[in-house]
Design a protein around this ligand. Structure first.
Ligand code: NAD
Length: 228
């Protein structure tokens, strides 16, 4: 059996950090050798790991990219809500180290991305497009990173620059729901995904961590990891 992959977990005290810790305990291929949260040093853990997983907040990204480059470590980035400048830091770092950057690590949502692309191509311009996303009231960014990815997919499939309307709802403890609504003449098609637990994102992020170690530098997403 191969040795487990040594992981640094950034944002370890958060909802996703805790879900990843729980899933990793049951995975013999993963060893979380270091953890950090706000105000902890990232450097020692970056030096000790083979790959760093980030589920924290967007303002952490400059330091994470700087240390990943300094130590030559791959990254798995699950944090959402980065500004265009912060996204640029990720793109620059990906020229030197492999990075999986995904707005959603669940296999079901990545199937939704694929289905959205195919459906938009199939249905054509007579169908109006809308995205609705619902998350728990503590979520900081709106619209969700997943809703933005869905909007990008729709924009590219239709070859349009116009903004796709996104409705963001924040209520209760909803883990994550996304609907893509195609309203056409006399019919409506809805593609809907419900995340029931954070374990689905945690499992996907750990698969991405195993996958990215040893890859060539570049910016990858979860569809690359899943081979979709
Ligand atoms: P959370 O608020 O529960 O946890 C974030 C944690 O990061 C907190 O413990 C916080 O103290 C810590 N943190 C903040 N700034 C930090 C810094 N500079 N360095 C280190 N740690 C820092 O949030 P969450 O629900 O766990 O979500 C975390 C992020 O992951 C959010 O951006 C969320 O949108 C995203 N998310 C992505 C996916 C996905 O599949 N890609 C799934 C769920 C959540």
């Amino acid at each position: 059996m191969n040795a487990p992959v040594r992981v640094l977990l950034i944002g370890s005290a958060g909802r996703m950090g805790q879900a990843i810790t729980e899933v990793a305990k049951r995975d013999p291929n993963i060893d979380i050798v270091a953890q950090c949260d706000r105000d902890d040093s990232i450097e020692t853990g970056m030096a000790a790991c083979q790959v760093a997983i980030d589920f924290s907040m967007p303002d952490a990204i400059d330091e994470i990219c700087r240390l990943a480059l300094q130590h030559g470590r791959p990254l798995v980035i699950g944090t959402t809500g980065h500004s265009p400048v912060q996204k640029q830091s990720i793109e620059v770092a990906a020229k030197s180290v492999p990075i999986v950057f995904a707005s959603n690590f669940s296999i079901g949502v990545n199937a939704l991305f694929w289905l959205t692309r195919k459906t938009a191509e199939m249905l054509g311009d007579e169908f109006d497009l809308k995205i609705v996303e619902t998350h728990h009231r503590m979520k900081k960014d709106a619209p969700s990173g997943t809703a933005k990815t869905l909007a990008e997919i729709l924009g590219k499939s239709r070859n349009i620059d116009a903004e796709i309307p996104i409705e963001s709802i924040r209520e209760g403890e909803v883990v994550g729901e996304h609907s893509v609504i195609f309203s056409g003449p006399g019919e409506q098609l809805d593609l809907v995904h419900h995340a029931r637990s954070r374990e689905t994102f945690a499992t996907g992020a750990l698969s991405a961590a195993r996958w990215v170690v040893g890859r060539k530098p570049g910016l990858y997403n979860m569809e690359d990891v899943l081979g979709l």
